[in-house]
Design a protein around this ligand. Structure first.
Ligand code: ATP
Ligand code: MG
Length: 293
């Protein structure tokens, strides 16, 4: 019997088979408690403890598989989804695979602004995104679609400039190219099919999403414990940017108290310094596995 999005309860999730996103995606799935056998060898993987199967494919194919309901969910770069124009819903941005799609040209050439691309040849693996950006800017250029090693196209005189993914910019620099315009900002996303799903699958997706939310929250937070003189506790409460009121517990030394709470990771150093200044000591920071607010 043909599998359709509105039949059955087992979720089928597409992930990249072998590339930059693979390990981080598997880490995330394992981080939310899903267990798989050796993923490197199969195209299809059954999860041992959740009603999920993984389909491991090239990232280019993921948006369309999800659009068509062959897979219910997919983990893929926003750049790929946007390029394919697939009809899917983005459920979640996931803080990895962060990059940007940029126009770049030889450093010492005459292309410096978007208008300078007029009449030029641009090599890219993202012809649709590139074309629509140029069109928006009223620029006509000749786009050459190539699938890899785009950054060497100008040196090979295949193109005057390129439009390619950049994360650090080192690859561009190493090839004598200058990044001129960011045309798309991207991160890995969890996408869902817009086909109707069975109620069983919808429930499972809700459960799955709750775990991802908890995991993301936990990754951005730290559990912090410290001791402080009781008299300093009001000041300490004011310093802590916690979501909930901190836990304050008595210690054997009656003058002292223990304070426990959760703080956002980006405020960690600033808060630490202030806490020390307010009289806190023995400050311990712990990672959090997951959290439900
Ligand atoms: P596949 O064989 O699955 O088609 P690929 O070669 O197209 O793989 P990868 O190079 O593995 O793709 O990149 C996968 C995704 O990683 C990109 O689509 C993008 O979302 C993200 N990414 C993050 N940083 C970069 C970068 N510096 N260069 C390329 N991709 C990046
Ligand atoms: Mg690809």
């Amino acid at each position: 019997m043909e599998r359709t999005a509105d039949s059955g309860t087992s979720l089928r999730i597409a992930i990249q088979k072998d590339g930059r996103l693979t390990e981080k995606t598997i880490d995330l799935l394992e981080g939310i408690g899903l267990r798989f056998d050796n993923y490197k060898r199969s195209l299809m993987l059954q999860c041992r403890n959740f009603d999920v199967e993984l389909l491991l494919i090239r990232d280019d194919d993921i948006p369309e598989y999800v659009q068509d309901g062959v897979c219910d969910l997919g983990f893929v770069g926003g750049n790929v989804t946007a390029e394919t124009g697939a009809d899917v819903s983005v459920l979640h941005g996931l803080d990895f695979g962060i990059c940007r799609l940029s126009l770049a040209a030889p450093k010492d050439g005459d292309i410096k602004t978007v208008k300078d691309f007029e009449g030029k040849t641009i090599a890219t693996s993202y012809p649709n995104l590139t074309q629509s950006y140029l069109k928006k800017n009223g620029v006509n250029a000749n786009i050459v679609t190539i699938s890899g090693a785009v950054e060497i196209a100008p040196r090979l005189e295949v193109a005057d400039a390129i439009c390619d993914l950049v994360s650090t910019g080192n690859t561009l620099k190493a090839n004598g190219l200058e990044e001129l315009e960011v045309i798309f900002e991207s991160e890995t996303e969890l996408i869902q099919t817009n086909k109707t799903l069975s109620p069983g699958k919808q429930k499972l997706i809700e459960k799955f999403m709750q775990r991802i939310d908890g995991h993301q929250q936990a990754e951005r937070s730290r559990y912090i414990m410290m001791n402080a003189p009781r008299s300093a506790v009001p000041d300490i409460k004011d310093i802590i940017p916690s979501l909930k009121s901190p836990t304050v517990m008595p210690l054997a030394d009656e003058e002292m108290a223990a304070v426990h709470t959760v703080i956002p990771i980006e405020q960690f150093w600033e808060v630490m310094e202030k806490l020390k200044a307010a009289g806190a000591s023995g400050i311990v920071i712990l990672p959090i596995e997951s959290m439900i607010l």
